[in-house]
Ligand binder design. Sequence first.
Ligand SMILES: [Zn+2]
Length: 465
Amino acid sequence: MASIFDRRGQLAPFTIRSRVMFQELCILGVGWDDPLDAEHTRRWTSCFSELGDLALIRAPRCFKCPGRESSVATLSLHVFTDASDAAYTANVYVRAEYPDGNVRVTLALAKARPCPIKKMSIPKLELKGAMLGVCLAQTVNDELDLPKADATNWSDSMNVLHWVRAHSRKFKIDVGNRIAEVQEYLAGNHVLGKLNPADKSTRGLTVAKLASDSVWWSGPEFLVQQHNEWPSRQITVPKELPGMVKRAQVMAFAVHTRGDPEAASTAADSVELKSEELQRAECHWYAIAQAESYPASYRQLTSGKSLAANDPLLRLNPVLHKDYPCVLRVGGRLKTASHLPEHTRHPIILPQHHRITQLIVDAEDRKCDHSVGPNHLLANLMLRLWIIRGKVVTRSHRAHCVLCKKKWATVALQQIAPLPLFRTAPPCRAFSRVGVDYAGPFRTKQGCGKTQLKRYLCVFSCLQS
Ligand SMILES: [Zn+2]
């Protein structure tokens, strides 16, 4: 393995075989002197027997057409990436196009890496392949002084293509960062698996097959054709992709006890709730709060009657919502503003003194990390709720929330003592009297990736000037 000198990875489909097999042996824990099992022996022997054929392989060094090295040609890069559960790979081809339409495509750089021993999902490996592609393309780009925009990414993985088109901020941080890196460099294009040359090094090839594989050495045939004849495929990005941040999953625990021992033994049933169900549950509690705080108004409205003349809610002109008929909402004057969401036009009425109201305010406060004032908190809540005497509610919440109190506490002011005589008495030359402060060790890094050093800090401050 180590004795094959293949800087540009042109033999990757062959070399990856032994590297993957070696990894397998490491995982199996086979020692240096242990005999191999029959299957591994067969595979290693066939690899060894092919070594001699390597000498037959001839690869061109020049990316331009022979005899036309000095004529003007536009160079562009084509990056193919792939991954399997054994390896992830990337190939970079240089496509030289002459004004007369003549095109030559040459393999510039390839790399195949065995998958990490730690199990990874195929989409993640495909992303690793794409990252590898970016890395190789950058190398070739720098060497050939090409503009960045001239690289095209080809992949048979829809995941990678979707990722490259999706907003990287929607992903978990690690995946998102990698996607951003790939996006910065490559625009994605789809290629069928059998046309993808990078696929050859994820599968592995014998030396004889590698030597005669035209797709490996000069890319898929379509690259020789004009731009508009390349395969193109409309790619629509689905809303959910692997690696995206999942919305918080809420588990509901329904406990059946009611004196039934059998039901009690299966104490809790866990069900994942859909967003619609959560909404319903929320409305259910709003309705309870309303019915308990304004029983008369609630009864009148739910039975289809209008409110009494002295009803406390009359001023709000409450209406019943059609989806959740049990909840009272503010009638308001925005009925016709159909561009606004329903809960803004008709916020849900919440009573001033109710446990539910307290909990809602508390939840919003926690969401804001206890760092907004009562007015801001109320404004946030008012986007969807109408809390009766809301200012009083949020202010009293603020007065009782321990974390808010801590966060907003003002630092006590101490009266500073007069300066001692030795700081004011002459002579007044700078640094004739000093205070010394000493701290450390601080760990510092000198340059990138260097070892950390211990540093100590000593501060001399003049007591007079
Ligand atoms: Zn708070």
